[in-house]
Design a protein around this ligand. Structure first.
Ligand SMILES: [Zn+2]
Ligand SMILES: [Zn+2]
Length: 272
């Protein structure tokens, strides 16, 4: 299935080599937090996510997509796919980007709001320093569910393989860019597109930024949803979440959502 090949491109070795060639020099030239090293302490944890844990995600995504699409193919009229694919490729990519990002926004917001789902998503928020590799630190359950919610409508509607492939290149490069340790402005486009500043605030361990900036590509979705936090040109000073699993223990991070929690004596903290 061609779309399955596109879905795993995020975890492709060639992809990460190209990204490293682009982002390592960029982080040296445009660095945001000057004292942060390229070879930071927990980089190896994110590398484990890319090389090892991503294989679990890959399998899960493949399985969920195959099962879901078998169901969709039974009910979706072929004429829908024909009409979608008859559009110009650029139009298909733009539509797919909007549909996928609405799904990502809703899924991401849900992962912050539902305590059980937050346990999985807290792994992504365990990073206390952000750089381009931080994009890969995602629990497989989080990654599979989020991607399934955002991408299954694209597959179900029958967007062309080329449109899906371009969507994936954009999503992958952009996800890495917004985590990077770089200071780069998008001008007025920052109200339309997610910038590094926008996503860095999502990772901020600062009260005013909790549960804000959920969109992956299209910042205006947060404006529409009343969840945008973009204070001037400032960036957060601290990243992470108080209830996230330990930043440097990938096995503990994988197991953490399944471990029993002590009964709280006081009201639970707001999820970040
Ligand atoms: Zn989040
Ligand atoms: Zn992130």
């Amino acid at each position: 299935m061609d779309n399955l090949n596109a879905i795993v491109e995020f975890f492709n070795l060639r992809t990460i080599l190209v990204l490293a060639l682009v982002f390592v020099p960029l982080e040296r030239i445009l660095h945001l937090h000057e004292d942060q090293k390229i070879l930071r302490q927990t980089l190896s944890v994110d590398a484990i996510y890319f090389f090892v844990i991503a294989q679990i995600t890959r399998l899960g995504l493949g399985l969920v997509t195959l099962v879901a699409m078998a169901g969709v193919n039974l009910v979706m009229p072929a004429a829908v796919g024909d009409a979608i694919r008859s559009q110009h490729l650029v139009l298909q990519v733009i539509e797919a980007l909007v549909i996928a990002d609405i799904g990502l926004y809703l899924a991401h917001r849900m992962f912050h709001a539902v305590p059980l789902l937050w346990r999985f998503h807290a792994v992504h928020h365990s990073s206390e320093q952000l750089d381009w590799m931080s994009a890969y630190r995602v629990h497989p359950v989080d990654q599979v569910l989020t991607k399934a919610i955002s991408l299954l409508p694209i597959f179900a509607l029958g967007y062309s393989t080329e449109a899906v492939a371009i969507l994936f290149v954009i999503q992958t490069a952009h996800a890495v860019l917004v985590h990077a340790n770089i200071r780069i402005g998008f001008g007025p486009l920052k109200w339309l597109l997610v910038t590094p500043q926008f996503h860095h605030w999502h990772h901020a361990n600062e009260r005013q930024a909790y549960d804000k900036n959920f969109a992956a590509q299209l910042a205006f979705l947060d404006w529409l949803g009343g969840t945008m936090h973009l204070p001037g040109k400032s960036y957060p000073k601290a990243y992470g979440a108080d209830d996230a699993p330990p930043v440097d223990q990938p096995l503990r991070q994988l197991a953490d959502p399944f471990l029993p929690r002590p009964k709280p004596d006081s009201p639970p903290q707001t999820a970040e």
